[in-house]
Design a protein around this ligand. Structure first.
Ligand SMILES: *[C@@H]1O[C@H](CO)[C@@H](O)[C@H](O)[C@H]1NC(C)=O
Ligand SMILES: *[C@@H]1O[C@H](CO)[C@@H](O)[C@H](O)[C@H]1NC(C)=O
Ligand SMILES: *[C@@H]1O[C@H](CO)[C@@H](O)[C@H](O)[C@H]1NC(C)=O
Length: 184
């Protein structure tokens, strides 16, 4: 999808060079976990308590459409954000150090990040990746959800067990749900 968008944007640029570059903040998407044969298959990504999770029944975020329980993202210049129409950005970070082992979190507003901001991209298979690598899902997190980790070289990061690699499939949305996700 992203690839197609880029191709379309490129061909549009040829015919109408006055068109502005694609605005990544307008390219909002949800994410679905793909690992066939594993229970995490098709679990949608959530954001709650400062973490990125999958398959969480209730995010408890403050949203325009409160019934929707999945998170909406966009990428801006290699950094990953949670979508909100308001001016308070919630931005993802990754701690890929030996301490963090690939832990993913998010900050609200001007909070500084205990990790890296940049490194996010959607690959040609339409999968969200960090540092050019697929993500990892670990079971038995909050309320039966999976915690989502970047691949920092740890198959079972953060003292977890039974973690599994997933393809984080990007699902574009044209009508993003504006949310403020919980930090604690
Ligand atoms: C991109 O779109 C967002 C939301 O519509 C807007 O706030 C921002 O200023 C735009 N950025 C650019 C570079 O056009
Ligand atoms: C969401 O709110 C319910 C009801 O207060 C609570 O039981 C649950 O633990 C909360 N879940 C999260 C992820 O915050
Ligand atoms: C990992 O899987 C094994 C075998 O199914 C199970 O006994 C164990 O409780 C699991 N541990 C965690 C932390 O999920």
């Amino acid at each position: 999808m992203q690839f197609k968008t880029l191709v379309l944007a490129a061909s549009a640029a040829v015919t109408a060079s006055a068109l502005p570059a694609a605005n990544s903040t307008a390219n909002t998407f949800g994410v679905v976990s793909i690992h066939s044969g594993n229970a995490v298959q098709y679990a949608a990504f959530n954001a709650a308590k400062g973490s990125i999770l999958a398959g969480l029944p209730h995010q408890n975020a403050s949203c325009d459409r409160p019934k929707e329980q999945s998170a909406t993202f966009y990428i801006d210049d290699g950094a990953l954000f949670l979508y909100a129409a308001s001016a308070t950005p919630q931005e993802i970070f990754v701690d890929a150090s030996g301490m963090g082992q690939g832990v993913i979190g998010y900050t609200t507003g001007a909070q500084s990040a205990p990790g890296e901001r940049k490194g996010w991209a959607i690959d040609s298979n339409n999968h969200l990746q960090f540092g050019g690598k697929d993500l990892i899902a670990c079971p038995n997190s909050i309320e039966g959800s999976w915690s989502i980790w970047a691949d920092a070289g740890y198959a079972n990061p953060g003292y977890n067990a039974n973690c599994t690699g997933i393809a984080a499939r990007v699902e574009k949305t044209s009508n993003p749900n504006s949310c403020l996700y919980t930090q604690q």
